[in-house]
Design a protein around this ligand. Structure first.
Ligand SMILES: CC(C)(COP(=O)(O)OP(=O)(O)OC[C@H]1O[C@@H](n2cnc3c(N)ncnc32)[C@H](O)[C@@H]1OP(=O)(O)O)[C@@H](O)C(=O)NCCC(=O)NCCS
Length: 184
């Protein structure tokens, strides 16, 4: 994955999160703190610091260069703001050819179809260019927006994991879903 993929969509551009985006992602998480809190791990103070973001992005960019992660972000048309995120992590090759997907959209763009459009493009890229066979995405049973989004994308339930992730300070059950590459 040495080339940086970029994809134009109706309201912006999807690109790889690089160390140049530290300020934008810092602002994105800062301004969406309350919006994301029920759906994400509890964050410590360092999470909301620019220095913390510089370090995390450097790590994720290294993983991208080692072909172990595809950290994508959506920037608005002027590329002044980050408006969504979708991250393909835990990329495993060999007989598995699978990865996990995580995503979020800025509160101002929630309910507008931006996340759906982003994931349609990103998943196409992951299936066609990274040769992934399976993408796994898991959600809290009461995350109805996430459930609706995954259904629209064709993800199917594969399981139910008790006490699966520590979200917002509590170990919580998750619904496990996956999308299998229709072309191989
Ligand atoms: C989960 C999350 C990404 C879903 O985002 P979303 O905006 O609801 O998803 P979509 O992009 O599919 O948008 C769907 C909505 O856009 C509307 N919409 C408007 N224009 C549309 C268009 N052109 N195309 C598709 N949908 C459109 C749909 O009618 C739907 O509206 P509704 O929710 O009122 O029924 C978002 O709620 C989020 O970021 N939550 C916090 C973080 C989170 O939970 N992450 C996932 C953890 S598993």
């Amino acid at each position: 994955m040495d080339a940086i993929p970029t994809m134009n969509i109706s309201r912006g551009v999807i690109t790889v999160l690089t160390p140049d985006h530290a300020e934008l992602i810092y602002q994105y998480y800062l301004s969406n703190q309350d919006h994301f809190a029920p759906w994400e791990p509890k964050r410590d103070k360092d999470f909301y610091s620019l220095a913390g973001w510089r370090e995390r992005i450097t790590n994720s960019f290294n993983l991208f260069q080692q072909e172990m992660m595809l950290p994508l972000v959506v920037l608005d048309q002027q590329e002044h703001e980050m408006i969504a995120s979708c991250n393909f992590s835990n990329i495993v090759l060999g007989a598995f050819q699978a990865c996990h997907l995580g995503y979020s959209v800025d509160l101002r763009y929630q309910g507008t179809g931006l996340m759906l459009e982003t994931l349609q493009h990103a998943i196409h890229y992951v299936f066609e260019h990274l040769d992934m066979h399976r993408i796994m995405a898991n959600y809290l049973p009461h995350n109805v927006r996430s459930e609706a989004l995954l259904k629209k994308l064709g993800f199917q339930q594969e399981g139910y994991a008790k006490s699966y992730l520590k979200i917002n300070g509590q170990w919580q059950d998750h619904i496990l879903t996956a999308l299998v590459n229709p072309n191989h």
